[in-house]
Design a protein around this ligand. Structure first.
Ligand code: UDP
Length: 243
């Protein structure tokens, strides 16, 4: 199969159908704009499984995604889209760069969900955009930006509710969107512990509660078991395992 693109955590292949691409999820992990590299054993399969489950669940609630199916546990067939080069971040609780840039204490409950747009550009370090910069860059029309904002909020509402039912707090997460050949806006990329901050509601300790890539970023250990824990709870909640 022809490789279209290799990213930090996934490889994208062409298929015989130009409308369909194949994503291969890797165990490779990077952080801090690829300055830190490592492997999280089993991550590819776990992220593919969690993402597929969440995409299908969001579809059932009316959110259009690029997900088609999983031919293999680490592979996802997706609709070919042109990715809008924006990272749409939604935050419910202060963490990560929001704390570093504003001085807010980690764990502060935000008065409303914060939607932020970052430019997807590794060379520039994915800078945070202002609304005027967004307009000037013309990476999406003003209508599409509005649509992205309201979709991101709706997805946040659905996912927060879902993760709460798994006794997990959805602290923040990153979404990517793309346009298919008909110009339809689809949720793309992945939704996994690589792209979400997830805190275990059964734990109070600020390090023990971390169930996401921060375990890798901050060398907290037990990375694999945290990812497995998320997978297990998500699948159990959706009735996809016997647990
Ligand atoms: N995120 C991501 N990819 C990126 C940047 C951020 O998936 O390139 C996710 C990250 O996992 C977190 C949220 O977006 O769930 C907000 O990340 P933040 O801006 O706090 O950046 P960080 O602290 O990870 O540098």
């Amino acid at each position: 199969m022809e490789k279209l693109y290799e990213g930090k955590a996934k490889i994208l292949y062409k298929t015989e159908d130009s409308e369909i691409l194949l994503t291969q999820f890797k165990d490779d992990a990077t952080a801090f704009n690829a300055q830190k590299r490592g492997t999280i054993k089993g991550k590819g399969q776990i992220n593919c499984t969690i993402s597929s489950a969440l995409f299908q669940w969001l579809e059932s609630r009316g959110i259009s995604t690029h997900f088609i199916d999983c031919p293999e546990p680490t592979q996802m067939r997706v609709r070919a889209v042109t990715i809008i080069p924006l990272e749409v971040v939604v935050r419910n609780i202060a963490a990560g760069s929001l704390c570093r840039q504003t001085g807010l204490t980690e764990g502060t409950l935000l008065p409303f969900p914060l939607v932020e747009f970052y430019l997807k550009n590794d060379e520039l370090g994915d800078p945070l955009l202002t609304s005027d910069r967004l307009k000037i860059l013309e990476l999406a029309t003003p209508e599409q930006i509005e649509q992205l904002q309201s979709l991101a909020l709706k997805i946040n509402q659905y996912l927060s509710e879902f993760f709460t039912s798994c006794q997990i707090t959805l602290v923040d997460f990153k979404l990517e969107f793309g346009l298919d050949s008909q110009g339809q806006l689809l949720l793309a990329d992945e939704i996994s512990p690589d792209t979400c901050r997830l805190w275990d509601q059964q734990k109070n300790d600020p390090q023990q509660r971390v169930l996401d890539k921060d375990r890798f970023r901050r060398d907290l250990g037990e990375v694999e078991s945290a990812y497995e824990q998320v997978q297990q709870r998500v699948l159990a909640k959706l009735g996809l395992t016997e647990n």
